[in-house]
Design a protein around this ligand. Structure first.
Ligand SMILES: [Ca+2]
Ligand SMILES: [Ca+2]
Ligand SMILES: [Ca+2]
Length: 255
């Protein structure tokens, strides 16, 4: 066999390997202590939960998780978390967000409103007050990528009025730019997104976060039992890509 033929075939198979994703970082946090997170504003790790806001007016809080993948871009993630918005005053408000923001930029919120989610990366909002400009109802889920609105769903089901004190579990899978998301309370599950394309998504060196806000109306807003597993372009694949570069140079010498 000629050297060029061998190299050509080796390169083809290496490219296939390099394009595969690998499961990487894991967050598994029941907030028994404050390990692995940074709290901002009204947020605190208290009583075994992640509290975003107290049931009082004009609170702003964030919980930011330590980086999971050491700077390697995250291509997708899956997992679950619990949330509850209890102790409603004035009907309850304003809601919470979850997402993955760009670590290089830092965490900031669309309109400086926590429940709308981050201005960078992937952002889900669980919004419980109709503020007009950012809302179509007083109970809705929004999805943004890099601050651009992809979906905003008003939810009328009485079991899923998020600020009325029930506990909810969110299950999500975001793989290959497609999002599956459901919310469960008790034994009832609401399928929210099914293989929804998150337009514009690109792999991101990011960190997971939750945000929450109250206005005059308010809730005690807490999260718990956060489990997330990331997918990245695997570290071995990066080494293989570097080998690919070296072999390409080598192959050119045989021309
Ligand atoms: Ca807990
Ligand atoms: Ca709102
Ligand atoms: Ca909203």
């Amino acid at each position: 066999m000629k050297a060029r033929y061998i190299i050509k075939n080796a390169l083809a198979s290496l490219l296939v390997i390099a394009s595969a994703s690998a499961t990487s970082g894991v967050i598994s946090n029941d907030f028994s202590d404050a390990t692995g997170v940074t709290t901002v504003g009204s947020a605190a790790i208290v009583g075994g939960v992640g509290r975003l806001t107290t049931a009082s007016g004009f609170q702003n809080g964030s919980i930011i998780f330590d980086a999971t993948d050491g700077g390697i871009p995250i291509t997708g993630f899956s997992g679950s978390f619990d949330f509850s918005l209890t102790n409603a005053n004035g009907g309850g408000a304003d809601g919470i967000s979850f997402g993955l923001f760009d670590s290089a930029v830092g965490l900031s919120y669309v309109g400086n409103i926590e429940e709308e989610g981050s201005t960078t990366g992937f952002a889900l909002g669980f919004d419980t007050w109709n503020n007009g400009a950012f809302d179509t109802s007083a109970n809705e889920i929004s999805l943004r990528n890099n601050g651009v609105l992809i979906q905003r769903l008003s939810i009328t089901d009485s079991m899923f009025q998020f600020d009325q004190g029930s506990s909810y579990t969110v299950d999500l899978s975001f793989v290959g730019g497609l999002l599956d998301l459901s919310v469960t309370t008790g034994s009832t599950t609401l399928n929210v997104f099914n293989q929804l394309a998150v337009t514009g998504w690109q792999a991101l060196d990011g960190q997971f976060y939750f945000g929450g806000r109250t206005g005059g109306a308010n809730n005690l807003q807490v999260i718990d039992n956060v489990f997330l597993e990331t997918q990245t372009v695997s570290t071995p694949s990066i080494a293989i890509l570097m080998m690919f570069g070296a072999m390409a140079v080598f192959a050119r010498r045989f021309k």
